[in-house]
Design a protein around this ligand. Sequence first.
Ligand SMILES: Nc1ncnc2c1ncn2[C@@H]1O[C@H](COP(=O)(O)OP(=O)(O)OP(=O)(O)O)[C@@H](O)[C@H]1O
Ligand SMILES: [Mg+2]
Length: 268
Amino acid sequence: MSATTTVTPVVQGVNLVKTFGRVVALDGADLELYPGEVLAVVGDNGAGKSSLIKCFSGAHIPDSGEMLINGKKVEFKSTSEARRHGVETVFQTLAVAPALDIASNLYLGREERKPGVMGAVFRTLDKKRMRADSAQHLKDLGISTLQNITQAVETLSGGQRQAVAVARAVAFGSQVIILDEPTAALGVNESARVLKMIQDLRDRGLSVILISHNMPQVFEVADRIHVARLGKRAGVVTPKSHSMNDVVAIMTGAMKVTAEEQQLTPVN
Ligand SMILES: Nc1ncnc2c1ncn2[C@@H]1O[C@H](COP(=O)(O)OP(=O)(O)OP(=O)(O)O)[C@@H](O)[C@H]1O
Ligand SMILES: [Mg+2]
């Protein structure tokens, strides 16, 4: 990308502050996520990663600072408001209902009613349609390991559960998917599947924020790496410009990102 091209970020945070009593979780944090990119957010425990994305997912209301979606100022007071703006989040603690089947989980909180009187008056759920649509969403995502849409989520593997959570996020026309530590509890194969899914989402033109402590995974899928430190952005680098050791050094404050090294615009 040339220096003169200006692309509007899909998600932008400017000088965000969030405190919890005396604890300063965000101390003037900035973030930009551009169309069709995977932005990794890394940082030490307590650096403010989850607090930052929770502002964009509507789970936290920042004390001050600005949030913009596609260049327009927004103020989210709930996760459903963020969803209406196309921002879907898979939180660090997965929000799935284990006893329900896959289709019910995908439509949790936004169930489809049957057409006509049965739906409007008797509030009858259109299970057949939800199952058919769920199967299609999972197929679209290339999730082939989930064969039975009526299977209870509690019987799925960790990776498959993550897949359901991601499918839920993308099923509703979201433009931004935020994943907070999606592979932390997963095995090698399941992690690989989630990473493949992230790459597929980007290939479909969606923008992804991936919070992760796993450097090899970050370096595998990220276009840019946003390093959070002490509630601020310490810098943005790329897997090409910096090594894993460099990124860890930036996380701990041992290394500084110079103005020339900053990758604040999309790569290529
Ligand atoms: N609900 C809360 N109440 C009080 N303090 C909080 C709350 N949420 C976060 N904090 C504090 O804010 C700081 C940033 O926390 P946050 O969860 O954003 O960190 P993180 O970068 O996601 O860490 P981790 O890598 O461990 O997930 C921490 O000091 C944390 O204790
Ligand atoms: Mg966190």
